[in-house]
Design a protein around this ligand. Structure first.
Ligand SMILES: *Cc1c(COP(=O)(O)O)cnc(C)c1O
Length: 388
């Protein structure tokens, strides 16, 4: 059986042809005609035990291109595989590259639901200008995400804790070595079935307090999911791992005192009856999990403060017995309890390896909403039903 080519029209508008050029915004916001190049599956779907994080990819990917003066074009679902790229492309030389990450879950009833997909799409679209990049509209990104997930729905695993991870990515592709924003972009989405982050229940992680290296400075790229931020973090993380720590606690770039994030997660610390997380001041990535956790906590009657707090405040609270639970938040792990901070002055144990009741409640409540086991009063899950 040969490959099958079909056309999937997501909105009721005519396919754009090169003779009917439309301003980029119009193309991006009002049409998403997806050409489909289908390949029959030749592998068996992985078992839950084989799933890690981001090692296995599904059969197909989504791609579309941008050129200045032409706008976005050639939206397509095509076989997963290498992408040809000009060796002079701006993403390879000047770091015009960013991404997002979110998950689709399979409910017990077999429904496929995307968790806060529109918010993830908007974050990618909104972040692009900071890197001098042109992104498709949030609506186009969202439509592309749901179209691809629906097309690959067999790949959404069903075992508890598993999900289909979406990685929408935007890169500059113009072959030109002059230093200015690329006039060509590629937007693509790849999908990866992922396993339960904590296979045997939540487990506290050890975090190294990084005193010298920084992740993001005010006025920099910290608020954008830029690949460059990850490159900036890898050396410190590797050094921490050599010391036996899972990740680093990033402190502010100026004074190296204030807590910002843990690895690639937002950080929450409970001081007595106040739960604190760093404010979104340009150096913090506005996590969707962070926002979800703040919403749940406030609904449960907790006082949540988005304020600066020094690592010394944690040390002090530990001394006088007012330190409560400490956890990171992010799409991959959802909630990640911090059991210990290692720093030059010694080791600070936050818990005796027991998972705090608040950490557990947040994890259980968020995942229950994601898997459709609990009511979703916030409109966070959107069922992926494909095109009628
Ligand atoms: C992606 C990311 C997070 C978590 O964001 P979510 O939307 O919750 O997944 C936190 N910090 C950094 C630096 C990130 O890149």
């Amino acid at each position: 059986m040969g490959d099958v080519h079909t056309d999937l029209v997501l909105e009721r508008r005519k396919t754009m042809t090169s003779s009917t050029l439309t301003p980029p915004e119009q193309i991006a916001s009002s049409t998403l005609d997806v050409r489909i190049h289908h390949v029959p599956r030749t592998r068996t779907l992985p078992s839950a035990a084989e799933l890690g994080f981001g090692r296995i990819f599904t059969d197909h990917m989504f791609a579309m291109e941008y050129e200045e003066g032409r706008g976005w074009f050639d939206a397509r679902i095509l076989p997963y595989g290498p992408i040809p790229i000009d060796p002079g492309a701006s993403c390879l030389h000047y770091g015009q590259a960013m991404f997002d990450g979110c998950k689709a879950f399979r409910s017990k009833q077999g429904r496929i639901q995307l968790f806060r997909g529109r918010r993830h799409a908007a974050r990618l679209a909104d972040g692009a200008p900071r890197l001098g990049m042109v992104a498709p509209s949030a609506e186009t990104i969202y439509q592309a995400m749901t179209a691809l997930v629906h097309f690959e729905k067999d790949w959404v695993p069903s075992e508890p804790g598993t999900a289909l991870y979406l990685r929408p990515t935007l890169v500059g592709t113009e072959g030109f070595l002059g230093v200015r924003p690329s006039k060509k972009y590629l937007f693509f989405i790849i999908l990866s079935p992922v396993g339960a982050y904590y296979k045997d229940g939540l487990k506290p992680v050890r975090i190294w307090v990084e005193k010298d290296l920084i992740r993001a400075a005010k006025g920099g790229l910290g608020a954008v999911k830029a690949g460059a931020n990850y490159a900036a973090s890898l050396f410190a993380a590797t050094e921490a791992q050599k010391r036996g720590y899972a990740q680093v606690l990033w402190l502010d770039a100026l004074e190296h005192r204030y807590c910002e994030e843990v690895g690639v997660m937002n950080l929450f610390v409970q001081f007595k009856d106040e739960i604190v997380t760093a404010p979104l001041g340009g150096t913090i990535l506005a996590g969707v999990t962070r926002d979800s956790v703040i919403t749940l906590l406030r609904d449960w009657g907790y006082k949540v403060s988005e304020r600066r707090y020094a690592f010394d405040e944690i040390v002090e609270a530990r001394k006088n017995g007012t330190l409560g639970e400490v956890f990171g938040t992010g799409t991959a792990a959802v909630i990640s309890p911090v059991g210990e901070f290692g720093h030059e002055g010694g080791v600070l144990k936050t818990s005796d390896d027991a998972i705090g009741p608040l950490t557990q409640r947040l994890y259980s409540s968020l995942t229950a909403i994601q898997y459709g086991e609990a009511e979703d009063p916030y409109g966070w899950v959107e069922e992926v039903t494909g095109v009628a």
